[in-house]
Design a protein around this ligand. Structure first.
Ligand SMILES: Nc1ncnc2c1ncn2[C@@H]1O[C@H](COP(=O)(O)OP(=O)(O)OP(=O)(O)O)[C@@H](O)[C@H]1O
Ligand SMILES: Nc1ccn([C@@H]2O[C@H](COP(=O)(O)O)[C@@H](O)[C@H]2O)c(=O)n1
Length: 214
């Protein structure tokens, strides 16, 4: 049986991994899962019921009840939900439940983006990318996106939020954000979306053709 094509994309907040993952999924005809949405959905559930984000058993229940096919991107994309998501994401039991669902999604081949795809969720992925950019560039992109969406928020606030989220995601004990050993590093600080896509596609095509000739 041939191995399913799994493309694992990790990186910090607003690095552009979701944009790349969507483009690559269309390019290679694969389903795409934004795993950040799964943590956001759990956090959003707690916020909806006025429960503290430290309530492990409520977070576990929300994770178990989560239907990957029923996540509302527009609601979950709110900036405050991202901050809350990084708090529930430190809970090992919640991670185990969500990782099982993410692996099930990936089983027949997919593009997944997140923080631990290459290291934990799909360690055997065909290609692993670690997409990054400086905190200032990421904050500028996120700020532009929010202003275009009609939000009144300062660049400084977004930069501080991004730095705090990086520290939490990289510093947690379970599944911290870090490049997988075999990941290709893609720093997009000086690249527009088109250039980042083209660089990622070249990396993947070279990797896949090398695999086919071994
Ligand atoms: N290379 C790039 N150059 C300029 N803008 C970009 C680039 N890549 C992505 N963007 C823009 O930056 C913003 C953040 O990108 P995106 O949502 O893909 O990041 P992300 O890493 O998935 O973020 P998050 O972790 O918060 O889900 C979006 O507005 C996107 O259009
Ligand atoms: N594989 C993942 C994906 C996400 N997280 C946590 O969720 C937060 C929100 O993610 P976004 O990509 O939607 O911004 C993120 O800050 C992480 O704390 C994760 O732990 N693992």
């Amino acid at each position: 049986m041939t191995k399913p094509l799994i493309i694992a994309i990790d990186g910090p907040a607003a690095s552009g991994k979701g944009t790349l993952a969507r483009r690559l999924a269309a390019q290679y005809g694969l389903p795409h899962l934004d795993t950040g949405l799964t943590y956001r959905a759990v956090a959003h559930r707690l916020l909806q019921f006025g429960l503290p984000l430290e309530n492990v058993s409520a977070a576990e229940t929300a994770a178990r009840q989560l239907d990957l096919g029923d996540m509302n991107r527009e609601v979950l994309s709110q900036h405050a939900v991202g901050e809350a998501a990084s708090k529930v994401a430190v809970m090992p039991s919640v991670r185990r439940i969500l990782v099982d669902k993410q692996r099930e999604f990936a089983a027949k081949g997919a593009v997944l983006d997140g923080r631990d795809i290459g290291t934990v969720v799909c360690p055997d992925a065909s290609v692993k990318l670690y997409v990054t950019a400086s905190p200032q560039v990421r904050a500028r992109r996120r700020h532009d996106e929010m202003v275009a969406g009609g939000k009144d928020v300062s660049y400084e606030t977004i930069l501080a939020d991004i730095e705090r989220r990086d520290a939490r995601d990289m510093g947690r004990a379970d599944s911290p954000l870090k490049p997988a050993e075999s990941a290709y590093l893609l720093d997009t600080s000086q690249m527009d979306i088109e250039a980042a896509f083209s660089a990622a596609k070249t990396i993947i095509d070279v990797r896949l053709s090398a695999e086919n000739t071994i």
